[in-house]
Design a binder for this molecule. Structure first.
Ligand code: ZN
Ligand code: ZN
Ligand code: ZN
Length: 241
């Protein structure tokens, strides 16, 4: 509630699985409203009290024996008498007497999550390669092409002054296979603003590959995009670059 008042929101095009898994499963902000009925059901009591289920990741782990991995069926049998390793461990550790039922309930909870928030489905992260391992030279920065927000739960909160904007829950997946021979291009970019801070300010940016390269550009920051007026400033110029 405090978040709503001050315009603190969770926003990003995509989040890494570690973040998705750290989200609380009960009262998950982006879950389908039908999660409330599941939350209040009797079977959820066992998930809370005996399994001490709190996060999306814990729900994913609990429900894991229900899905076949890489075409290999798990040894779990879909009934509460099942004696597979997972069920045996659950009975010992949690004293739950109906592990199968609790696995199914866990899966139902996860099924209320939109794909963007569901760690079980394909995420942009799956196509983004290992950005941190790309070798870089001194003084060289590599353009961060990733859509995925990384770095943990605290990274996902953004403060917005415009309270009426609703973040999108759509997933954007660019299915580009990242292989080991990524072609890196060296590009110089810079932005600048003439008469910065004045009414006559004019912002622009330049992109330079090599001499006479057709990809070289000089760009002027437009005055507006649709109905949104853009401020001509140094910061805007650097962002454009
Ligand atoms: Zn129980
Ligand atoms: Zn089992
Ligand atoms: Zn249980």
């Amino acid at each position: 509630k405090t978040g709503k008042k001050y315009g603190v929101r969770i926003e990003g095009l995509a989040f890494e699985r570690d973040i998705l898994r750290d989200m609380p499963i009960w009262h998950h902000v982006f879950a389908d409203p039908k999660i409330r009925r599941l939350t209040n059901a009797t079977t959820s009591k066992c998930l809370r009290s005996k399994h001490e289920l709190q996060t999306v990741g814990e729900a994913e782990d609990l429900a894991a024996p229900l899905i076949e991995m890489n075409g290999r069926q798990s040894s779990h049998r879909p009934n509460n008498q099942c004696n597979c390793r997972d069920c045996t461990e659950i009975r010992e550790v949690t004293t739950c007497e109906h592990p199968h039922l609790c696995m199914v309930r866990s899966q139902e909870l996860l099924d209320t999550l939109p794909p963007k928030w569901d760690p079980r489905v394909e995420q942009p992260e799956d196509y983004e390669g290992n950005f941190n391992n790309i070798p870089r030279l001194r003084g060289e920065e590599i353009f961060d092409y990733r859509l995925t927000t990384t770095g943990g739960l605290s990274e996902i909160f953004r403060v917005f002054t415009d309270r009426n904007h609703t973040p999108s829950n759509d997933t954007y997946i660019r299915r580009i296979e990242m292989n080991n021979n990524i072609n890196l291009s060296i590009v110089a970019t810079d932005g600048s603003c003439i008469n910065n801070g004045q009414d006559t300010a004019s912002a622009g940016a330049g992109i330079y590959f090599t001499e006479n390269d057709p990809r070289n550009r000089s760009l002027k920051l437009p005055q507006a995009v649709g109905n949104i007026k853009l401020t001509q400033s140094n910061q805007a110029a650097e962002l454009l670059a």
